[in-house]
Design a protein around this ligand. Structure first.
Ligand SMILES: NC(=O)c1ccc[n+]([C@@H]2O[C@H](COP(=O)([O-])OP(=O)(O)OC[C@H]3O[C@@H](n4cnc5c(N)ncnc54)[C@H](O)[C@@H]3O)[C@@H](O)[C@H]2O)c1
Ligand SMILES: O=P(O)(O)OC[C@H](O)CO
Length: 325
C-alpha cells in the first residue's frame, strides 16, 4: 500500500516517518516551499519538526496532484483547511485516513463529515490518540485508535501503520474517535488556564474529570460509543494534552491563565492550536444539541477576553448537581 501524506506540519512529518518504516517510499505534500526543499535536500523538516532526521525514502512535493497515484492518503492538514486540500486533488475511491482533530467552523462538521461531503466515494478512517509528534518521530512508544466503518479496510490500515513503537487499535467508531480528538483540545486549553493562573493540582485533576464528563455527554449525543471516548482517542489523549506544555493547546491556556489576550498569544504563530478554532463551534453544536458543556463554554469566554478570576468563579458557583448526569 503506497501511502501519501497531505500536510507537512509536525504531525504529517512524524506520520510520514512512521509510514516509511521498512524502507517504504512516502510522498508528502507540503504547503510551504521551504518545507519541500528542506525535506528533499536535507531530509529534515526545519520549519515544523526540526532536529529529527528523516529517511531518504520520504519525498516532498508542492504539487498536491502528484498524490493521486497513491493507494491511501493520510490527511494531516489542520481541521479548518481539510475542505480546501481535499478539494484540490482527484481522490476517487482512495481511502482517506483523517488525522486532524477539530470541528469545521461555519458548518459544525467533524473532519470525517467534511471529507464525505468533498470526496463522497472515498472510504474514511480516523487515526487519533495520545501522540505528540516529536515523541513519535523520536521513536518513543505510543498507541492510537484507528477507526473505520469498513472493518476489513480498518484492519489493513492498522496493520500497515503499526510499528514496534506505534500500536494501532482498530475500532469501527469513527465519530467517537473524532469527537475525543476535537473536544480534548478545548479541554486542554482549560487545563492550561489552571496552570497559568496557579489554581493547583486538585483543580487540574477535577477539571480533567469534569471535562471528560462533558466530552462523554457530547459524544453520546452525537452517536459516539462510550468505550471509544474512554479509550486512546478520548481519555488517553485528554490526559496527555491536559498535562504538558508540549501541547500547543495547553500552552495557549497557560497564557490565558496568566491574563494574556488570545489575539496576542495566537499572533504570528505558524503552528496550530486547534482548540481555539474548535471551541466556539463546539459551543454552538452543544447548545443546539442541548448538551451542557460548562468547561468548554468557559474556554470560549476566556478566548473572547473575559477575566480569568470571574470565569473561574462563575464555573465554581454553578448550582450543585449530581455526578453522572
Ligand atoms: N503536532 C502534533 O503533535 C499532533 C499530533 C496529533 C494530531 N495533530 C493534528 O494534526 C493536524 C495538523 O497539525 P500539525 O501539528 O501537523 O501542524 P503544525 O502546527 O505543525 O503546522 C501547521 C500546519 O498547518 C498548515 N497550514 C497552514 N495554513 C494552511 C492552509 N491555508 N491550508 C492548508 N494547510 C495549512 C501548514 O502548512 C502546516 O502543515 C492538527 O489537526 C493537529 O491537531 C497534531
Ligand atoms: O499540541 P496539541 O495540543 O495540538 O496536541 C497534539 C496532539 O493532539 C496530542 O495527541
Amino acid at each position: 500500500m503506497k501511502i501519501g501524506v497531505i500536510g507537512g506540519g509536525a504531525w504529517g512529518t512524524a506520520l510520514a516517518q512512521v509510514a516509511a518504516r521498512g524502507g517504504r517510499e512516502i510522498l508528502l505534500w507540503a504547503r510551504e516551499d521551504e518545507v519541500v526543499a528542506s525535506i528533499n535536500a536535507d531530509h529534515v523538516n526545519t520549519m515544523f519538526l526540526s532536529a529529527i532526521p528523516l529517511p531518504e525514502t520520504i519525498r516532498a512535493t508542492g504539487d498536491i496532484g502528484e498524490l493521486a497515484g497513491c493507494d491511501a492518503l493520510l490527511v494531516v492538514a489542520p481541521a479548518q483547511h481539510v475542505r480546501s486540500v481535499l478539494g484540490a486533488i482527484r481522490i476517487g475511491t482512495m481511502p482517506l485516513v483523517l488525522c486532524a482533530k477539530g470541528i469545521e467552523a461555519g458548518t459544525r462538521l467533524l473532519v470525517g463529515e467534511v471529507a464525505r461531503a468533498v470526496q463522497p466515494d472515498a472510504p474514511i478512517a480516523v487515526l487519533s490518540g495520545p501522540t505528540f509528534a516529536h515523541e513519535v518521530a523520536a521513536g518513543q512508544p505510543t498507541a492510537v485508535t484507528l477507526a473505520c466503518e469498513d472493518e476489513a479496510l480498518g484492519a489493513r490500515l492498522a496493520a500497515r501503520l503499526a510499528g514496534p513503537a506505534f500500536r494501532t487499535y482498530a475500532s469501527s467508531d469513527v465519530v467517537g474517535a473524532e469527537i475525543g480528538g476535537a473536544v480534548k483540545n478545548v479541554l486542554a486549553i482549560a487545563c492550561g488556564v489552571v496552570e497559568g493562573a496557579g489554581l493547583g493540582q486538585n483543580a487540574h485533576a477535577a477539571l480533567i474529570a469534569r471535562g471528560f464528563a462533558e466530552m462523554t455527554r457530547f459524544g453520546l449525543a452525537r452517536g459516539a460509543r462510550s468505550e471509544t471516548l474512554a479509550g486512546l482517542s478520548g481519555l488517553g489523549d485528554l490526559v496527555l494534552t491536559c498535562s504538558s506544555t508540549s501541547s500547543r493547546n495547553f500552552s495557549l491556556g497557560v497564557g490565558l491563565g496568566q491574563g494574556r489576550a488570545a489575539a496576542e498569544l495566537m499572533a504570528d504563530r505558524r503552528t496550530v492550536a486547534e482548540g481555539a478554532f474548535t471551541a466556539p463551534v463546539l459551543r454552538e453544536a452543544a447548545r443546539e444539541a442541548g448538551v451542557a458543556m460548562p468547561v468548554s463554554e468557559a474556554v470560549c469566554a476566556l478566548l473572547e477576553g473575559a477575566n480569568v478570576t470571574e470565569v473561574v468563579g462563575a464555573l465554581l458557583a454553578r448550582p450543585l448537581t449530581r455526578e453522572g448526569v
